[in-house]
Unconditional design. Structure first.
Length: 295
């Protein structure tokens, strides 16, 4: 199995997407790999190693780092980190927890394996490894998606294919970045669920989002309660009256469309209206409809 993975990795990282990248990296770290573009295990000064500039994970559990540091003091580092050569010193590929804990434990060197990954591979490895280990919070994941799209010119569909997710999942995650920073922090701290913030995104401005988010947290509102509150905030009196006389046969259709487009939809007089908030939101809806012009 290791040789099969090695051959694919040698052809380029894209060849192993859809497989378990975590196991491929583990093969390298455990010395089971025979990759021509990796070194054997060597000792490298911790002062020569810079953080992975593409690391999507920003939130590290300090208690767990201290526990790992204590283990390293007693037993050392069993699994080498992966690094690549930089203009000066090395850049970390994987193993940030081990590196942080080793520094905390007072180690001067750490076992490492040098690999030759380019910047695109570094970005993708960092994201995929964290996703497969479920180490990222929702905002970190969304930020990593946005960076890959911006840096590597991926479409949402291309990115979804490369990371083994649906395009709808990628689109929904990217929409989290439209939340105010304070509300994003509520998500990071797990005070709001994905269901809560999806409802908040239907609001018209950031002040409304922040106000409803705080109310949801303080009153411990359910997702359904937040959805109802958002609808009440958004709907002027005329729309409320119209909703009361809505054709019962069209209501399920409208609700399905709203769920698909994650915005308000109205169906009346043989027409469908889809609300959008600016050019980027319009492009998001057009991409869902597969109506964006190809470059």
């Amino acid at each position: 199995m290791a040789k099969k993975n090695d051959a694919r990795l040698g052809q380029g990282l894209s060849e192993i997407f859809g497989m378990n990248i975590d196991s491929v990296l583990e093969d390298i770290q455990q010395g089971k790999s025979e990759l021509s573009n990796s070194s054997g295990k060597i000792e490298i000064s911790v002062d020569e190693i810079k953080a992975n500039p593409y690391q999507p994970r920003k939130d590290f559990d300090d208690d767990k780092i201290h526990e790992l540091a204590e283990s390293i003091r007693q037993h050392g580092v069993f699994t080498p980190i992966l690094v690549k050569k930089a203009v000066k010193g090395y850049e970390l590929v994987t193993g940030e927890r081990r590196l942080r804990a080793s520094r905390l434990a007072g180690l001067e060197t750490i076992p490492a394996i040098i690999v030759e990954f380019d910047d695109q591979q570094m970005m993708e490895i960092a994201l995929l490894e964290n996703i497969q280990r479920e180490d990222l919070n929702a905002i970190e994941e969304a930020t990593a998606y946005e960076k890959l799209i911006r840096k590597l010119s991926y479409t949402q569909e291309e990115l979804a294919s490369r990371i083994g997710k649906s395009r709808e999942h990628v689109a929904n995650m990217l929409r989290l970045l439209k939340l105010p920073k304070k509300v994003q922090q509520f998500v990071i701290e797990k005070e709001l669920s994905m269901g809560h913030v999806r409802a908040l995104l239907a609001l018209k401005d950031e002040k409304q989002m922040e106000a409803v988010a705080k109310k949801a947290i303080h009153e411990k509102l359910s997702v359904r309660a937040v959805e109802a509150l958002v609808k009440k905030v958004n709907a002027p009196a005329a729309e409320v009256k119209e909703a009361k006389t809505e054709d019962v046969n069209l209501r399920p259709v409208r609700l399905r469309l709203q769920d698909k487009f994650q915005t308000q939809v109205h169906i009346d007089e043989k027409q469908i209206s889809i609300r959008y908030r600016g050019v980027s939101d319009l492009n998001r809806i057009l991409e869902i409809l597969d109506c964006l012009e190809e470059e």
